[in-house]
Structure formats: structure tokens, C-alpha cells
Design a protein around this ligand. Structure first.
Ligand code: NAD
Length: 355
């Protein structure tokens, strides 16, 4: 039997509720896949600040680096919004990604047939959508120097090195090899020098993946194509800021933010987390949708641990729960047979996953 050590960062708001359900499902699937998980909890975000005075205690980094993977809930809330920037929960999260060196953010956007009416787009446009945004996460304009502001001027620098582009491009091509073998690289090469280098380097890396079809698209067109005809995309490869915007746009194709998982990878230890925040407006009410976190746990099994059978079981269990009409409150108006709590949804999925 294989044993994996998982660092659990529950965080703030709904974080603890949704992580508890993901753990329930992981334990259920472990029992039938001859694997075992040991968990170690670590603090991050507002709760970490309240206890230690730091939103990212060193101990959290140590626990994470000493694990096989990190399963993360969400951080943040109004209570900590007025702290100095470096003490805010969000600063802890940015620093965490940088410390771990997870430079690639993978965000799948899938439309479940059962929830086709939950999308804000027409069913005939979104039916069958299954795309993956591969976003560079720790470079680009969010980190580039010089940056700053004075009273009358603010400035940031969009910068990518060849090395940074090469490594994120490899991630995208490798993922495309496990999917429909198409990569669309997004840039603004008609205006930005940094994008011209991006396009050149991605094209060079593509030569190492002759089976993968590469296309390039300007970011403004990509924003339009995502809602005009999202099925044209398989893997979308982007820099940090373009990916931030496009992956949020792509997430809306599926209907609820509570459905979408993500993985931040590229270093020894990856971080697996739902794309949504800590949802303080619904925290503690038992109505949060745990599916995004449960699917993040499935991504963890697939990408960090290579446990594809267990991951497939979780994905199938989520589909089955939705097909049978179980819905949390956020999706209650879409063909619900039964509206369930966070914990009930976790138990239903765990039960199916264990079969
Ligand atoms: P949010 O994603 O927390 O919530 C947006 C809306 O979606 C809310 O109405 C919320 O109730 C709903 N929602 C989110 N997750 C849900 C779920 N699982 N089930 C049902 N409904 C869900 O975004 P926000 O309100 O802009 O931010 C709240 C806090 O979260 C802020 O402090 C923000 O900085 C933080 N945040 C953290 C992360 C992270 O931890 N990775 C990401 C984004 C925002």
C-alpha cells in the first residue's frame, strides 16, 4: 500500500468546510485503491495572521515542502482587508506560490451536460466544452521590475525571460499530449515586444512536440473567441495577466465558480485549490459547493501522485452526483432533484467514489 503525505491548508471563510469534504472523498477513494493518506494541517491567511501575526508562517512552508502535495482551501475576508499590504492574506498566498516555485497554473473549464442550463451562454455554444488554461504564475507584469508609483504616475513592467517561457511552454505541450493535442498560445505580439519573444520561444518549443498542433492568438481575439466558440480550444497557453483574466472568463462557461478546480505546479510540490475565494458571505452556513475542491483533490491525485484510477473515480463520482440531480444551493435552480448541504454533497460523492 502506498502512503502519501498531504499538507492541508484550510484557510478562512468556507475553506475549512470545503477541505473537510475533499478529505472525506480522498479517504473514500483510498480505501478502494490501495492507497493511504496522512494529513498535516498548516495555517495560512487571516487565521494564520490572527494566531501568529504572519499570513504565511514559515512552519506552513516547511510542512508543505515536506509533503507530497498541498491541498488548499481559500483565504481572505473583510476582517483583514485593512491590514498593511504585506500582512494581508492575499500577500501570504502570492508569497507561498513564489516560495514553492509553482510557476504553472492549470485551470480546466469543463461544462457538465447536467448543468448546461447553468451557463450564461446558450447550451449549443457550451455543450461539450473541455479546455485547460495553462497560465504562467510567478512572472510577467505582476512581478516585473521596475514597479512603483508616486502621486502622479504608476508603473509596472511586463517582462519574461526565454527560460521562463520555455518552462511554461513545456508544461502546456506535455498537458496537450494527454488531451486533444492542440495548444493555442495567447499573446499581444502585434503590440508588445515581450509577446514577440513569447511567440518566438513557444514556436521553438513546439518543435519538440511534433504531434501537437500549435496556433497563436491575440489576447483580445481570445477573449472574444472564448464566448463565441469555446469548443475550438483544447489547451490555452498564457502569460500571467492574460491568463488571470481569460481563466476567470473561461470559468463562467461552466455555470458556477463552485465547480472549478485548479493546480499550481512546476516545482517539486504542487498546490491544488479551487479557483474561488473564501466566500465570507456564505461561510459557516453549510451551503458552499465543495465540488471545486473535490475536483482539485482529483487533480492532485492525477498530477502530483500519478494515481489516475483514483482520480478517475472521483471525477466519475462528481458526474454521477450531478446526473442524479444532487445540487448545492448555488445550483439549486438547475434541474435539482435534491438540494443538499456542503457535507451531504461530500458524503454522496465519497460514497460513489468508493464503489
Ligand atoms: P469569492 O470567490 O470568495 O466569492 C464570489 C461569490 O461566489 C460569492 O457570492 C460567493 O458566495 C460565491 N462562491 C464562491 N465559492 C463558492 C462555493 N464553493 N460555493 C458556492 N458559492 C461560492 O470571491 P470574493 O467574494 O471576491 O472574495 C472573498 C475573499 O476571498 C476575499 O478576501 C478575496 O481576497 C479572497 N480570495 C481568495 C482566493 C484564494 O484563496 N485563492 C481567491 C479569490 C479571492
Amino acid at each position: 500500500m502506498k502512503t502519501y503525505k498531504i499538507a492541508l491548508i484550510k484557510g478562512d471563510g468556507i475553506g475549512p468546510e470545503i477541505i473537510d469534504e475533499a478529505v472525506k472523498v480522498l479517504d473514500a477513494v483510498a480505501s478502494c485503491c490501495d492507497i493511504e493518506f496522512s494529513y498535516e494541517e498548516a495555517l495560512m491567511g487571516g487565521c494564520a495572521y490572527d494566531i501568529t501575526g504572519d499570513p504565511l508562517p514559515q512552519e506552513t512552508i516547511n510542512i508543505s515542502l515536506n509533503s507530497d502535495a498541498v491541498l488548499f482551501g481559500a483565504i481572505g475576508g473583510a476582517k483583514w482587508d485593512n491590514l498593511p499590504r504585506e500582512k494581508r492574506p492575499e500577500s501570504g498566498l502570492l508569497r507561498f506560490r513564489k516560495e514553492l516555485g509553482v510557476y504553472a497554473n492549470l485551470r480546466p473549464a469543463t461544462v457538465f451536460d447536467e448543468l448546461i442550463n447553468a451557463s450564461s451562454l446558450k447550451p449549443e455554444v457550451v455543450k461539450g466544452v473541455d479546455l485547460m488554461v495553462v497560465r504562467e504564475l510567478i512572472g510577467g507584469i505582476y512581478f516585473g521590475e521596475p514597479k512603483g508609483r508616486d502621486e502622479n504616475k504608476g508603473w509596472n513592467t511586463m517582462v519574461y525571460t526565454r527560460e521562463e517561457i520555455v518552462r511554461i511552454a513545456h508544461q502546456a505541450f506535455k498537458i496537450a499530449m494527454t488531451r486533444s493535442k492542440r495548444v493555442c498560445s495567447i499573446d499581444k505580439a502585434n503590440v508588445l515586444d515581450v509577446s514577440q519573444l513569447w511567440r518566438e520561444v513557444v514556436t521553438e518549443v513546439a518543435c519538440e512536440y511534433p504531434e501537437v498542433e500549435l496556433s497563436h492568438m491575440y489576447v483580445d481575439n481570445a477573449a472574444m473567441q472564448l464566448i463565441r466558440d469555446p469548443r475550438q480550444f483544447d489547451v490555452m497557453l498564457t502569460g500571467n495577466i492574460f491568463g488571470d483574466i481569460l481563466s476567470d472568463e473561461a470559468s463562467m462557461l461552466s455555470g458556477s465558480i463552485g465547480l472549478l478546480p485548479s493546480a499550481s505546479v512546476g516545482a517539486k510540490i504542487g498546490v491544488y485549490e479551487p479557483i474561488h475565494g473564501s466566500a465570507p458571505d456564505i461561510a459557516g452556513q453549510g451551503i458552499a459547493n465543495p465540488i471545486a475542491t473535490i475536483l482539485s483533490a482529483s487533480m492532485m491525485l492525477r498530477y502530483a501522485l500519478g494515481e489516475h484510477v483514483a482520480a478517475d473515480k472521483i471525477d466519475a463520482a462528481v458526474k454521477r452526483a450531478l446526473k442524479e440531480g444532487y445540487r448545492t444551493k448555488d445550483l439549486a435552480q438547475y434541474d435539482a432533484k435534491e438540494v443538499c448541504s456542503t457535507s451531504e454533497m461530500g458524503s454522496i460523492i465519497a460514497n460513489y467514489a468508493a464503489k
